[in-house]
Ligand binder design. Sequence first.
Ligand code: HEC
Length: 246
Amino acid sequence: MHRRLRCGVLLTALAFCLFAGVAVGESNDVAIGERLAAFLRAGRSVISSHQDLINDPAIGTKNLTGQRVVAEALETFGRQGSSATETFSQSDKQLFDAQIEALREIVDEHQKKIDAKGVGFKGFIPATFARLVNERFEEKVGDRAKMKVTGPVDLVRNRKASPDSWEQSVIEQKFLSPGWPKGQSFIEAVEVNGHPSFRMLIPEYYSASCLICHGMPKGEVDVTGYPKEGAAEGDLAGAISITLFK
Ligand code: HEC
């Protein structure tokens, strides 16, 4: 009787530890994913805030260096209250550093383009910038993490942004379902190419400023050369996808 009781207590404790262990690991993964997404967004908004400068054909040297964009992105990011890294492990911090480095490199590698005098629209826009940063991030830490901006399959402009089957099913079955709370992410522990992985998808919606390219009239070619999607403000535009390989 006594023995059975002790065993029961032990089993309960073990079950609790296992459960707590999973929960703690998952909440850290969510925090990592949110941080990576927030910094990518901060970088995009910095590029967006300088879009008129980038597109100005009258100015040559613009001093929009990688160092400056990183500094402004970190500032934007800090203002959102998401700067604390103390709670993250050394290897988590390496991911953040790789992302910062990717951002710096992409801007530095585009200096000639950004500084081209006599050229107005140069194609250096937040979406393209974000894709290049994510691709560089994958080159650096692709064995541990992957980031991508994707979207509903009928909206995707760049084939490289096409959703994989997991992303597509979350977009269609969760984000596009009428009851899905606006802005709510979806997370799941899944296998990716045989590796146990943590996946996170964060929905993004069109704001008024996006519609100059993604809005009406549907089919009209925008400044970037793509046909407009005919979207409205508040429609689901896409999703930031983050995978952490275990
Ligand atoms: C100047 C035109 C322009 C504006 C403004 C613009 N986009 Fe885009 N967007 C593009 C182009 C071009 C691409 C493809 C970029 C690439 O080569 O990867 C793109 C890609 C995307 C993608 C990735 C999936 C895909 O289609 O390849 C999403 C999501 C997206 N845009 C959402 C937005 C949102 C949200 C806004 C407003 C905050 C916005 N865009 C503003 C032109 C624009």
